[in-house]
Design a protein around this ligand. Structure first.
Ligand code: NAD
Length: 503
């Protein structure tokens, strides 16, 4: 059933938050504007919530769990609701994809594909929802029965970034709902629309009130309020490392659990025996897909000296042929970056790279012409002769900027690849099966792709080490992030025990 309308040009949409099963404005009535990064014009207005709105949403979630209909559902009932939601998302994927592309400038061919894939997360975790079991533990003491229950951890606060709002929400939402947790989402202010539209599908699917809530607001204030809220039991956060550190510090005040999916500076490693056609595609996918605005961007390209010149030539030619333009046009290969501030940051890093002595081989400018209009575009950029100590090799740029580094020795390569504050992902390109696994085992990252790049699945754990985060999303075990174990001891004898000795 089609519930969500595809946005039409010229129309300005007016959104409301979703709290306790109802669409509402911010308590103080404030609103803000959401800008389409391709046109640079306002396309939607969104409630600018405050602490009071966050409290209202968290209270609704708390009630839903403690005394409401949601907390009383069986696992099977939750899984049925999740499957219904999955089907509705699929039926509305075209609209959800178009909304995301309008909000953050990503290609429709990617956002629609992502929206169509969201159902997979719900269906997968729906299969887990009715199979959450505890243990019966053989007691080492006479006359006790001991068993455990795996209970929902409580109210979950989900905080998401602007680059893939629904996908990154689903990585939290599907296991949280399966576990029985109510969720309060705080999407990035620049891209709240798709999450607010998703709420309409929750209503249609028949979810009880308070199970899913969305609060919106300019800047980080609502996110901060959500983390501070003592009624929130767990924060599932995706965003920058700097914000993740703030979240963890603030969560510590209430000992709120956190999982953090943060930034990256991922090495994409090419050995001399690799298939360069496959490498070329993989490198382009790693750094220019989504205009480089992905946490897993393969932004540090390590190439064996023997093939470095040839690969650089091929990559330069392909980068210069990338079709820039309207993200809704199926012919476009790279859209604008999502925010004006992000554009400024990328251009600043390009200056930094040149200033550091890296060789700007291609790109590094704002393109002009009717196809890009006033959009926040930057041309696909490649720096050669990069040293791993340069800022463009160490700091996350979050844009279409590739740093190319050369190596000759495997040992030195592994040392340099691991010499990073981040540890999210890595790529290895080689036809030598022993070397592929040997190097994969030595890289300090949460994910390694061999002869591939930028693949994710609901079934495969994802997350970072070092400053790329804490915890894992996806994979059946991800449900553990949303469950707490309770141990129950039952006295079986009719006798009383010595009160002054621990049993
Ligand atoms: P951001 O950290 O600025 O914001 C992310 C979200 O957190 C937003 O909703 C924001 O309002 C909120 N927020 C910011 N500061 C907060 C605080 N102190 N307390 C609570 N909430 C706060 O990140 P961004 O610029 O929106 O997104 C880009 C970043 O996200 C990049 O660093 C990227 O690598 C990272 N990212 C990571 C993953 C991953 O899975 N590891 C995926 C996508 C993006």
């Amino acid at each position: 059933m089609t519930i969500i309308d595809v946005p039409t040009s010229g129309q300005i949409r007016s959104y409301q938050m979703f709290i306790d099963g109802e669409f509402v404005d911010a308590i103080d009535g404030q609103r803000y504007e959401s800008v389409n990064p391709y046109t640079g014009t306002v396309w939607a207005t969104v409630p600018d919530g405050s602490d009071a709105d966050v409290e209202r949403a968290v209270r609704a979630a708390r009630t839903a769990l403690d005394t409401g209909e949601w907390g009383a559902l069986s696992g099977l009932e939750r899984s049925r609701l999740m499957r219904r939601l999955a089907a509705l998302i699929t039926e509305n994927a075209e609209a959800l994809g178009t909304i995301e592309s309008t909000d953050n400038g990503k290609l429709l061919r990617e956002t629609r594909f992502q929206a169509e894939g969201l159902a997979g997360w719900l269906d997968y975790f729906a299969g887990v929802a009715d199979k959450i079991t505890g243990l019966t533990i053989p007691s080492d003491k006479p006359n006790f029965m001991i068993y455990t229950r795996r209970e929902p951890i409580g109210v979950v606060g989900a905080i998401t970034p602007w680059n893939s709002p629904l996908l990154l929400l689903m990585w939290k939402l599907a296991p949280a709902l399966a576990a029985g947790c109510p969720v309060v989402v705080k999407p990035a202010d620049q891209t709240s629309a798709s999450t607010l539209d998703l709420a309409k599908l929750f209503v249609e699917a028949g979810f009880p009130r308070g199970a899913f809530n969305v609060v919106t607001g300019v800047g980080a204030e609502c996110g901060k309020a959500l983390v501070r809220q003592p009624m929130v039991d767990k924060i599932a956060f995706t965003g920058s490392t700097r914000s993740g550190i703030d979240v963890m510090k603030s969560a510590a005040d209430n000992l709120t659990r956190v999982s953090l999916e943060l930034g990256g500076k991922s090495p994409n490693i090419v050995f001399s025996d690799a298939d360069l056609d496959a490498v070329q595609n993989g490198v382009i996918a790693g750094i220019f897909a989504a205009s480089g605005q992905t946490c897993i961007a393969g932004s540090r390209l390590f190439v064996h000296d023997k093939v470095a010149d040839e690969l650089l030539e091929r990559l330069t030619a392909r980068a210069e042929a990338i079709v820039l333009g309207d993200p809704l046009d199926p012919a476009t290969e790279m859209g604008p970056v999502a925010l004006e501030s992000q554009l400024a940051r990328i251009l600043e890093y390009i200056e930094i790279g040149s200033g550091e002595g890296a060789n700007l081989v291609t790109g590094g400018t704002r393109p002009a012409g009717a196809h890009v209009g006033d959009g926040f575009f930057v041309t696909p950029t490649i720096f050669a002769d990069v040293d791993n100590t340069m800022r463009i090799a160490r700091e996350e740029i979050f844009g279409p900027v590739l740093s190319v580094l050369r190596f000759t020795d495997e040992e030195d390569l592994v040392r340099q690849a691991n010499d990073s504050d981040f540890g999210l992902a890595a790529g290895i390109w080689t036809n030598d099966i022993r070397r592929a696994h040997r190097v994969a085992h030595r890289l300090h990252t949460g994910t390694v792709w061999i002869n591939s790049y930028r693949a994710v699945s609901y079934a495969a754990p994802f997350g970072g080490v070092k400053q790329s985060g804490i915890g894992r999303e996806n994979g059946a075990d991800a449900i553990d992030e949303y469950l707490e174990t309770k141990t129950i001891w039952v006295e079986l004898s009719d006798q009383t025990r010595d009160p002054f000795r621990m049993a």
